[in-house]
Each structure stands twice: as structure tokens, then as C-alpha cells.
Design a binder for this molecule. Structure first.
Ligand code: FE2
Length: 244
């Protein structure tokens, strides 16, 4: 999209730098103003010292900007150790020149597009993970983060262009259960799903994107589950990825 700043979005990248370059990502012509949002489980900050740094250094060579929500598979203490800044009307952690963490409950105005973000989610594989090494309790949002989101939405008069979360809103989970795609809805994540559904109901928006479920699918009520697919937020069109 020549001359226009474009914002793209994809799903969980799980610490794979290959997801940010050709041929996985058709980014050859992307400019330093273009942006890619990862809807959680970025995974390149996992408390792995030199490995993390090597991945982030590689990603800092991308021509475009990377904006990521946190998911559930992240090293939260390390993400929170990066300097916090105000950016496009919301709070971010600045990780590299071109890499920012979009924090929970924020409303950003990016290139004229108003975006609400809420990271976090429940790890269903928690029992196989080691606290402080491969799992962190900060994965689920706190009451203060929920409240900050509602306050920021009120300031935006409950009107945004796009809502992005890592976890799915409860009605979308219910729909997937009815379709037989998911048989279990984890009760531990229910408060987050209910909150996200409430946000969707009280906020005027044209589209809702989320990650977490490791599937690409178009869902009712202008909702999209993201994994490998790439969408353009400006047009709402799918640019690349599997057909759902
Ligand atoms: Fe994931």
C-alpha cells in the first residue's frame, strides 16, 4: 500500500523470529512507518537471557515496527523491566527502537485508528511448566488492569475502531463450543472472557481480533481468531495465511 501507513495484525508468534521475515511474512515492501501487531504470545521475551537478546536484535532489523500484546506464554517480569512510555495515547514498554509492548487496558490512537488492547490469558499447559522459568502468575489480568481498561474506554466515549485481545470473549468461545471446535471452556479463564465480552458489548467498534486459540477463523459479530493469518487493519482484509 504505497504512500499509506499500514497496520497489520497476526496471531501468536511463540518466540519464532522467522514469523517476522520473508517468506513467512510478505513484508518486503513494508516501510519503517508500517506496523505489525501480534495479538499476544509474542514469546521473544521469555527470560532466556542471550537467546531473547539475539531474537530481539534480529527483530530490530525489521524495516517495520512491531507492536505486541502480551499473551500467557511470556516472561512478565522481564517485559515489565523495559522502560514504560506514553505512546499514541496509551502506555507501552519500549523494548527496542522498533518494538513496543502494548499494555493491558489501553486505548491507542495509531495513524488515526483507535485501538483497545487487553493482553493476558490462562495457560492450559500450566501443570507442565515451571513457575518463574516457563510460567508466570501475571498471565491473567488483575482487577486494576480490568478497571483501567474500562476507565480508558470511557475516556474514549466507548468508541474505538478495533478491539484486540489475546484471549477470546466469552460469546466467541461459546460459539466455538457449539460448533464442536472446542469441547472445553476453562473456568480459570472465564472472568477474562466475560470481561472481554462486556467490553465488546459496551464499546462501539468495527472489528474484534484475538489470538490464543491457535486457529484462524472468521467468527460471528465481526470477530476474527488469529494464528498464522495476516490481516490489514486499515482495510480489514486478509493479506496472507490459511483459509479458515
Ligand atoms: Fe499461544
Amino acid at each position: 500500500m504505497e504512500g499509506i501507513i499500514t497496520i497489520y495484525i497476526t496471531g501468536d508468534t511463540h518466540g519464532d523470529p522467522g514469523r517476522f521475515f520473508e517468506p513467512a511474512l510478505p513484508c518486503q515492501d513494508w516501510t519503517d512507518k508500517d506496523k505489525l501487531i501480534v495479538a499476544g504470545d509474542f514469546g521473544c521475551i521469555f527470560g532466556l537471557g542471550l537467546t531473547d537478546e539475539a531474537k530481539l536484535d534480529r527483530l530490530s532489523q525489521c524495516t517495520y515496527e512491531i507492536l505486541f500484546l502480551d499473551g500467557n506464554h511470556e516472561c512478565f517480569p522481564k517485559i515489565y523491566s523495559y522502560p514504560e512510555e506514553n505512546w499514541c495515547g496509551g502506555r507501552v514498554h519500549r523494548v527496542r527502537r522498533n518494538i513496543r509492548h502494548l499494555m493491558r487496558g489501553q486505548v491507542y490512537e495509531i495513524e488515526g485508528m483507535r485501538i483497545f488492547t487487553m493482553g493476558g490469558g490462562y495457560s492450559i499447559d500450566q501443570m507442565y511448566r515451571i513457575p518463574g522459568r516457563s510460567w508466570w502468575p501475571e498471565e491473567m489480568p488483575t482487577d486494576a488492569e480490568y478497571e483501567e481498561g474500562l476507565v480508558n474506554l470511557r475516556k474514549a466515549r466507548n468508541r474505538v475502531d478495533v478491539i484486540i485481545s489475546h484471549a477470546a470473549p466469552s460469546q466467541s468461545m461459546q460459539y466455538l463450543k457449539q460448533q464442536g471446535i472446542f469441547s472445553v471452556v476453562f473456568p480459570q479463564e472465564a472472568p477474562l472472557g466475560a470481561y472481554l465480552e462486556k467490553v465488546a458489548r459496551l464499546t462501539e467498534h468495527r472489528h474484534y481480533y484475538f489470538g490464543h486459540l491457535h486457529m484462524d477463523a472468521e467468527l460471528p459479530e465481526n470477530r476474527t481468531a488469529l494464528y498464522y493469518a495476516l490481516y490489514c487493519l486499515n482495510t480489514g482484509k486478509k493479506i496472507a495465511g490459511p483459509t479458515a
